[in-house]
Design a protein around this ligand. Structure first.
Ligand code: F6R
Length: 616
C-alpha cells in the first residue's frame, strides 16, 4: 500500500536519480497508480510526479533527472486511497511555501477536520489527499516558532491514523526526518557515506545489507551515513540494533524470468525445502499450545485466508478439534460477544503488515487473555510484535503482487504443525505418521516435476479457454480451499470473473448460470470426496458445462468425464491426498499466469491491487 524510498548521501560519484528510480521501482509491487520524486538543490525543492506506472512516467517526464548537486531525494509510488490516481494527488506533497515535502504511506483518518482548520488559517491545498495536511501542519508549527523536528512531532500529535513518512525541508539540505506508526519503514546505512529509507528492505538491498527496522512511534533523523532514533512519545534518543540481511538481492529480482509471478512459482520447490527445515522445537511449541487449547481460531486475508482454510483442515484432522476460520476484517464483529479467555488465535500473513489481521489480533489481546500464534514470511513485521510465538515461513521475498510461493509454504507450515500434533496425541499409528511425513516431504519434488513437465498442457488449456470470461472453480472437502485460491489467482491476474465454491453447494444456486460451454474447473484429488464429486461433475456436464479437471496422474473416472485434464504427479493415497492443496495449487497459479499473458495483462501488477494492504 504505497512504497516510499529516500536517500541522503555525501558521495559525489553517486548517480542519485538512477539510485532513486531503481529503489522506488523495487517497491512498485506496493502500488502503481502514480509516482513522484523530490530532490533538493540550492535551498530549493525540485518535484517531478505524474500518474501511471513508473516506467511510463519515466518515459514521459524523465523522473530520474534531478539536479546534479542534489544530495537528498525522496520518492513515492502510490496506491490511491484518498483522491483519484492523478498527477495532483500523487506524492510528494508540499506546504504553501514549497519548502517542506513529504512522502507518506498510510492514512490520516481525521484529515477532513485538520484540512478545514488549516484552510481557515490561510493554507492553500492543491490535492484531495489526506497526506497533504501533514506538510501544512508542519509549516504551521514552524511558523509558531518550533524547529523542524519538533514541528513534525507536534504536527503528528494532531493526526489520527497510520503513517510511514519521510519529510525534507529546503533549508535543511543535510537531513531527512522519518516517522513510523503502523506502516512499515526500514533504514539502510553505509556508515559515513549514505543513508536510505524504504518501506521494504529489497529497495536498498543492492546498495547495503545493513539496516535498522523501525518500530511504531519512532522517529529517525537521517544524515549522510548516520542516523539517530527517538521515541516519538517522550523525545528520548533510543539505541537500535543494526541488522545484517542474510539474503541477497537476487532473491528479490527477476533473475531471467519474464515476471516475478513466474519466477516465484518456480521457486516453490526450494522455498518449500527451506520451510521443511523449520525447527522441530518451534513446531512442537505450536503443537503443544494447540493441543491444550479449548477454543482455536485462525484469521487472515485473501490468499493467506485460503491457506488458513486448507491448513486448518489438516490441523483439525490430527488435532481432533474444530478450528474456526474467520476473515480478519470480520474477526472483531463476529466474536464481539463470544471471544473467550485462553483462546488461541493463529494469524497467517505473508507480509505481517495487513492492517485488518494486525487489528484483529490487537483487538483480541485487548479484550481477553488470548495466545497469538503467528505464521508470517517477514521477520520483524508488525504482526510479530503482537504475537506470543512466531514461525517464519522461509519463502524468501515475494515481489509479485499475487501471492504464490507463500501460499504453498503457509499450508506446508500448518501441515508440519499438524504432524507434530499427531505425534503428541498418538492417535495415529507411528507407521502412518511416518508415511504422512514422507508424503509431506515429497511435495517439493512433486511440484518440481509438474513445473518441468506440464507447461505446454497448461498453455494449451489457457488457449482453449481464451474466449471464456466467467468460470466456476468447484471442489469438495479440503479442495474447496484450492478452488477458492485457484479462482482468486485467475480473477486477480487474468481479470476473469470467478466463483470458487463447494461443488455440492453449487447446485443450490450457482448452477443456474451454466450454459453450453461454461467452463468449470473441478479440483479432484482421489480423497474421500472423490465419489461424490463424480456426481457433481455429471450434474454440470448434463447442463452443457465444459469440464476441466485437476486430477492425479493415474486418474480414470473424472478425467474420462472431462473435456480437458491437468494431471498432478502424485500417488493417490490417503497420505498424499490430505496435502493436495500444496501440490494442486501451483497448476492453477500457472493457469492464471498464462491466462494473464494471453489477455495482454501484467501478472505482476494486477489492476487496482497492492501487495501489502495497510488500510481497512
Ligand atoms: C492475493 C494476495 C492477497 C493477500 C492478502 C493478505 O494473491 O496476495 O489476497 O493474500 O492481501 O496479505 P498478507 O498475507 O500479506 O496478510
Amino acid at each position: 500500500m504505497c512504497g516510499i524510498f529516500g536517500i541522503i548521501t555525501n558521495q559525489n560519484n553517486l548517480s542519485l536519480g538512477k539510485v532513486v528510480l531503481e529503489g522506488i521501482k523495487r517497491l512498485e509491487y506496493r502500488g502503481y497508480d502514480s509516482c513522484g520524486i523530490v530532490s533538493l538543490s540550492n535551498s530549493k525543492l525540485f518535484v517531478k510526479k505524474d500518474s501511471g506506472k513508473i516506467d511510463e512516467i519515466q518515459k514521459k517526464i524523465n523522473l530520474a533527472e534531478i539536479p546534479n548537486n542534489s544530495k537528498l531525494a525522496l520518492a513515492h509510488t502510490r496506491w490511491a486511497t484518498h483522491g483519484a490516481p492523478t498527477k495532483i494527488n500523487s506524492h510528494p506533497h508540499l506546504d504553501c511555501s514549497n519548502k517542506i515535502a513529504i512522502v507518506h504511506n498510510g492514512i490520516i483518518e481525521n484529515f477532513i477536520e485538520l484540512r478545514k482548520d488549516l484552510i481557515n488559517q490561510g493554507h492553500i491545498f492543491k490535492s484531495d489527499t489526506d497526506t497533504e495536511v501533514i506538510p501544512h501542519l508542519i509549516e504551521q508549527k514552524m511558523k509558531e516558532g518550533l524547529n523542524f523536528k519538533d514541528s513534525i512531532v507536534e504536527a503528528l500529535k494532531l493526526c489520527n491514523g497510520a503513517y510511514g513518512l519521510a519529510v525534507c525541508h529546503a533549508d535543511y539540505p543535510d537531513l531527512i526526518i522519518v516517522v513510523r506508526k503502523e506502516s512499515p519503514l526500514v533504514i539502510g546505512i553505509e556508515e559515513g557515506k549514505t543513508t536510505y529509507l524504504a518501506s521494504d528492505i529489497p529497495a536498498f538491498l543492492p546498495l547495503t545489507r545493513k539496516c535498522y527496522i523501525m518500530e511504531d512511534d519512532e522517529l529517525a533523523v537521517l544524515k549522510a551515513g548516520e542516523v539517530d532514533f527517538y521515541d516519538l512519545k517522550n523525545d528520548k534518543k533510543i539505541n537500535k540494533e543494526l541488522q545484517v540481511i542474510e539474503w541477497t538481492i537476487d532473491a528479490a529480482e527477476k533473475g531471467g524470468y519474464e515476471h516475478f509471478m513466474l519466477k516465484e512459482i518456480y521457486e516453490e520447490p526450494t522455498a518449500m525445502q527451506r520451510t521443511l527445515k523449520i525447527s522441530k522445537d518451534l513446531l512442537q511449541v505450536f503443537a503443544n499450545i494447540l493441543w491444550s487449547a479449548e477454543n482455536i481460531y485462525i484469521t487472515a486475508a485473501g490468499t493467506s485466508f485460503y491457506a488458513s482454510l486448507a491448513g486448518k483442515f489438516i490441523v483439525s484432522r490430527f488435532l481432533g478439534k474444530y478450528i474456526q476460520a474467520i476473515e480478519c476484517s470480520e474477526f472483531q464483529t463476529q466474536l464481539s460477544n463470544s471471544l473467550k479467555n485462553n483462546s488461541v488465535i493463529i494469524a497467517l500473513s505473508q507480509s505481517g503488515e495487513t492492517i485488518d489481521t494486525v487489528e484483529a489480533i490487537r483487538w483480541a489481546k485487548s479484550k481477553k487473555n488470548v495466545k497469538i500464534l503467528t505464521i508470517t514470511n517477514v521477520v520483524g513485521s508488525t504482526l510479530t510484535r503482537y504475537s506470543d510465538n512466531v514461525i517464519v515461513t522461509q519463502a524468501g521475498p515475494e515481489i509479485g503482487v499475487a501471492a504464490t510461493k507463500t501460499y504453498c509454504t503457509q499450508v506446508l507450515t500448518l501441515a508440519l504443525i499438524a504432524l507434530e500434533i499427531a505425534k503428541l496425541r498418538k492417535v495415529e499409528l507411528d507407521s502412518d505418521i511416518e508415511k504422512y511425513e514422507m508424503a509431506l516431504k515429497s511435495t517439493p519434488q512433486i511440484i518440481e516435476k509438474f513445473l518441468n513437465e506440464n507447461i505446454d498442457e497448461i498453455k494449451n488449456i489457457v488457449n482453449t479457454l481464451e474466449k471464456s470470461v466467467q468460470f466456476f472453480f468447484l471442489a469438495r472437502g479440503i479442495s474447496i480451499a484450492t478452488a477458492k485460491e485457484g479462482g482468486l489467482k485467475l480473477k486477480e491476474v487474468a481479470c476473469r470473473f470467478i466463483e470458487g465454491y463447494s461443488a455440492a453447494h453449487a447446485k443450490h444456486g450457482p448452477i443456474s448460470l451454466v450454459r453450453e460451454g461454461f467452463p468449470i474447473i473441478f479440483i479432484a484429488p482421489p480423497d474421500e470426496t472423490y465419489q461424490r464429486l463424480i456426481g457433481n461433475v455429471m450434474e454440470f456436464k448434463a447442463r452443457g458445462g465444459k469440464i476441466i479437471s485437476l486430477v492425479v496422474e493415474d486418474d480414470k473416472t473424472i478425467s474420462e468425464l472431462s473435456d480437458l485434464t491437468i494431471r498432478i504427479p502424485q500417488p493417490g493415497d490417503k497420505y498424499h491426498n490430505i496435502f493436495s492443496p500444496i501440490t494442486f495449487t501451483p497448476a492453477l497459479q500457472l493457469l492464471a499466469y498464462y491466462a494473464s499473458l494471453l489477455h495482454g495483462l501484467d501478472p505482476d501488477k494486477p489492476l487496482n491491487l497492492s501487495k501489502t494492504v495497510t488500510v481497512h
